[in-house]
Design a protein around this ligand. Structure first.
Ligand code: GLC
Ligand code: CA
Length: 557
């Protein structure tokens, strides 16, 4: 950086690809099936790249497609450097990667580094005896013995995150427990062992050598645990009705230990190796902050990592609640905090993913449209979960067809993509698909929505194109403005030549606001019934928004 560039320059002068990028999150089982077994595959992704390019996505992130017994649908990996036959072959992956690059789309793959499958050769070896070469690649502990009954007890009170049961599984052969932060078929790797860290870095190099552009790093908080294995504390804020059973405890010792930053730095150090340092590689980490002060928690995380190489996911679109005040407060302190670190920090907003209820099911249709406009005008990386662009809802599935082991099944948000009103919504020609297609596909599908100017699809597509074409939306600084209405959030994104103003009415009633910004031209509203463009609006600086309406205005500087 040259001396005369101000250190508060809001964006990275090098403009790496993640800055402002729209990342489409693909759940490979559910995008497109090409061999009619009812499960999506890598060839299927290839057939949809034209669609993704036309939609305006800049990158894709693929949930795991590696060999796996599928106890956690691919997040239990038995071979890090291959493709599960259900998704295709390594050659299919290479084809997919090249085809994506030909479409100007970057590719991020999932890096599940906290745990493997119990079918991974490393674990099979590790559990075979107490003195095999990989005996300490996983977390093995002796039992505690109850002083009175002499019965065997788990080493401590740590729980697994899927259903909230004990995190310890007894193994007869070793006469010890192994630890699993998730499913018992997902034993945790021992990150305090340098050999494990080296092995994961070798996995990263494998995918980088094939040409991927970055990683989404799974469940990284769990890689760092209290080396003394002390009990977790009870969670005083726990609500049995609202929280998962896992959250009855705070996870103060079983995850998020300060060594996490050092481990993450070791992972991203691969990007700086001679072979890779001239490529723009990036890692987005799945991490969960304490909820008391999320903005500060995220900022602290950026402070712990190297923001030129990595960023934590920002999950406020999932957790904050649809509330103008909460967002105003959050955006102000989060973005001010990032500015205070350096100009390289890339925010990374995910409003949906394969672990959470879908946007329209959480917010309702009109607020979900407003949320889409808001998300796609925020700074940084924007993660769109497949299907959100057609307003796919959670699908009500009968218990008998569900697979997921999470306490609240995640299958309703993982159903097949709806392309057309053909058989199985054009997802597959199979007689049955791995999860049923939502019965609404006859009237909710890509083909129909393409023809309807007012559809979710056309809202997303317009938003993505506007973002891609606007330096302000893509790279600009953000400033929260006064709107003189409690339910209306306002912010302005600024580049050298333009100002873009966004207004979001969080309430389900109309709002007459008076933002501190004038003279802009309406570019887009989230509500097809909008009256914003009508004469009278903007008079004396007043703007009338419909219930849940969000709108984007632009003016030249
Ligand atoms: C992450 C994934 C989730 C998975 C878990 C264990 O949270 O997003 O789907 O179950 O990690 O790998
Ligand atoms: Ca298939």
């Amino acid at each position: 950086m040259s001396e005369n560039q101000s250190p508060s320059t809001p964006t990275n002068p090098k403009h790496r690809w993640p800055e402002g990028a729209i990342v489409y999150h693909i759940y490979p089982r559910s995008l497109q099936d090409t061999n009619n077994d009812g499960v999506g595959d890598l060839q299927g992704i290839i057939t949809r790249l034209d669609y993704l390019q036309d939609l305006g996505v800049n990158a894709i992130w693929l949930s795991p497609f590696y060999p796996s017994p599928m106890a956690d649908f691919g997040y239990d990996i038995s071979d890090y450097c291959n493709v599960d036959p259900i998704f295709g072959t390594l050659d299919d992956f290479k084809q997919m990667l090249d085809a994506a690059h030909d479409h100007n789309i970057k590719v991020m793959v999932d890096l599940v580094a906290n745990h493997t499958s119990d079918a991974h050769p490393w674990f099979i070896e590790s559990r075979s005896s107490r003195d095999n070469p990989k005996h300490d690649w996983y977390i093995w502990r002796n039992p505690r013995i109850d002083p009175v009954t002499r019965e065997r007890q788990t080493p401590n009170n740590w729980r697994e995150a899927l259903a909230g049961g004990t995190a310890w599984e007894w193994d007869e052969t070793r006469g010890q427990y192994y630890m699993h932060s998730w499913h018992k078929r997902q034993p945790d790797l021992n990150w305090s062992n340098k050999k494990v860290r080296h092995a994961i870095k070798a996995v990263m190099r494998f995918w980088l050598d094939l040409g991927v552009d970055g990683f989404r790093a799974d469940a990284v908080d769990w890689i760092a645990k209290d080396p003394l294995f002390r009990d977790d504390d009870p969670n005083p804020d726990y609500s049995e009705e609202e929280d998962s059973p896992y959250d009855a405890l705070k996870h103060n010792n079983s995850r998020g230990w300060p060594t996490e930053y050092a481990y993450l730095a070791e992972m991203t150090s691969v990007f700086e190796e001679q072979t890779y340092k001239d490529r723009q590689l990036f890692m987005v980490a799945e991490t969960y902050q304490e909820r008391h002060n999320p903005a500060d928690a995220y900022v602290a995380f950026y402070g712990g990592i190297d923001p030129e190489l990595a960023a934590p996911f920002n999950f406020e679109g999932l957790y904050l609640g649809w509330d103008a005040n909460a967002w105003r407060r959050f955006l102000k302190s989060f973005h001010a905090g990032l500015k205070g670190i350096n100009q390289y920090c890339v925010p990374s907003y995910a409003f949906g993913n394969h672990d959470n209820p879908r946007m329209v099911s959480r917010l309702g249709e009109s607020a979900a449209r407003g949320a889409a406009l808001m998300q796609l005008t925020l700074p940084g990386m924007i993660f769109i979960y497949y299907g959100e662009e057609i307003g796919l809802p959670n699908v009500d599935l009968p218990h008998a067809v569900m697979h997921d082991a999470y306490y609240r099944s995640r299958d309703p948000e993982r159903t097949p993509m709806q392309w057309s009103d053909d058989k199985n919504a054009g997802f597959s020609d199979a007689d049955s698909t791995w999860l049923p297609v939502s019965p609404d596909f006859g009237f909710r599908n890509v083909e129909l929505q393409k023809q309807d100017k007012k559809s979710f699809f056309n809202l997303y597509r317009k938003l993505m194109h506007l973002r891609n074409e606007s330096a302000a939306l893509r790279y600009g600084a953000i400033e929260i403005i006064e709107t003189n209405h409690p339910d209306v959030l306002g912010f302005v994104r600024t580049s050298e030549n333009e100002h873009a103003m966004v207004l979001v009415n969080f309430a389900d009633r109309p709002a007459l606001c008076a933002p501190d910004f004038s003279g802009g031209e309406l570019l887009l509203s989230s509500d097809p019934q909008t009256e914003l463009a009508d004469a009278g609006n903007g008079v004396e600086g007043h703007i009338q928004l419909l219930p849940h309406e969000a709108a984007l205005f632009v003016k030249q500087r």
